[in-house]
Design a protein around this ligand. Sequence first.
Ligand code: PHE
Length: 460
Amino acid sequence: MEKTTSIHGMWSSRLMFVLAAAGSAVGLGNIWRFPYLTSDNGGGAFVLVYLACIAVVGLPILIAEVLIGRRGRMSPINTLRKMAKEYGTSRGWVGIGWLGIVAGVLILSFYSVVGGWTLHYSWLYVKQLFGGAPLGDPSVAFRSLLSDPLELTFWHAVFMLLTTVVVALGVEKGLERAVRFLMPALFVLLLLLVGYGFTTGHMGEAATFLFKPDFSRISGGVFLSAMGQAFFTLSLGMATMMTYGAYLPREGISIPRVVIAVALTDTSVALLAGLAIFPIVIAFGLEPAGGGPGLIFNSLPLAFEAMPLGTMYGLLFFGLLAIAAWTSSISLLEPGTAFLSEKFGLKHRKGSALLLAGVSWAVGLLSVLSLNLWSDVKVPAGVNVLGGKNIMDLIEFLANDLMLPLGGMLIALFAGWALSRTVLREELSEMPEWLFVVLRWTLRIVAPLLVLAVLAHAVI
Ligand code: PHE
């Protein structure tokens, strides 16, 4: 019989699950990565493919992940091990859990570097608030940050430490309370920035760039980036949501409903971020296309400089972004930590978190160095999808664009084929029959085929 609680603890309510899962989903992926990928991939066409990926592939797999987690109630590896045994299927499925933990360590490695950037910017605005020198030309400020390995390593370490502390303490107490008011605050601030976007008089152009697809821009590469981003932004394919699902109570909670709330929050934050950033980019004479990873760091400070109380808004924005990144980074560390503490004993949770975070921090140093001392180490341009990528890009590509979709595909196949119809139906008892049938066949055939097609097209 399936268990009703997890040994790692439980979310205290449905709302808390939604907040924690949305806290995981909403992060750098929405506010840093989505705008710059849109910028680099030609605007509206990318946004359209991205939204389609969320709806057709992301949502069903999100449901599957949470459901598997809730059924198994352990860390991903042990959940899958247990289920494989109970339902008499191949033990090979446990590989999904391993893939997830490795992907988590890889993603956290560069996520923490970028999280460090947001801390650095918050600190700059704090100093400015107390009379320090203004930022000056943002692109100069950003370049000087990237060229300084020690500064980057320092903030990377601070960010990783913050992440480790929360995970070491257990997610429920500190985190539940924090997300409750921080997520709404971020939302309000984004709305404010969108409001500022209207005053620039360039909202129309920005909306055109974001929402008017230029189909000639769609290529295999655009599909791959959009698919990777859909997985990344929903924290999908690496068993994060499976782990959060393991802490989800059963009584009166419909998985599809809570999952839709999470996906809607996540998507609206990404679109709001786009609507906040592009008017500013255009108004200050920057190019909306090809902004690269520096997009928000190069553009938003211009607006903060021009706004009344701009320094305060700058601090609020980067501070909240750091917090949004933080609630995501803990969810990158949690699955592996849960697994290690099942292995070594629950009282070793702290050591487990520290060990994994240490490994991830060390891997992150590769990303730090690829921004400065090793910036010339690149795949030769034009060879294939990898052309022109530095080490940080490569790690990001491997984890986000390959491992997450692959993990997601396997999760869909597991839920669709390895779990019996009865088990699946038990977990989704509130769903109308026709929708259940659609979902099951999406998991069995449609989603895996779509992921496979995108991966194959891009890699070959
Ligand atoms: N979803 C997070 C973001 O958009 C990143 C993340 C990916 C978190 C995978 C957990 C797992 O920033």
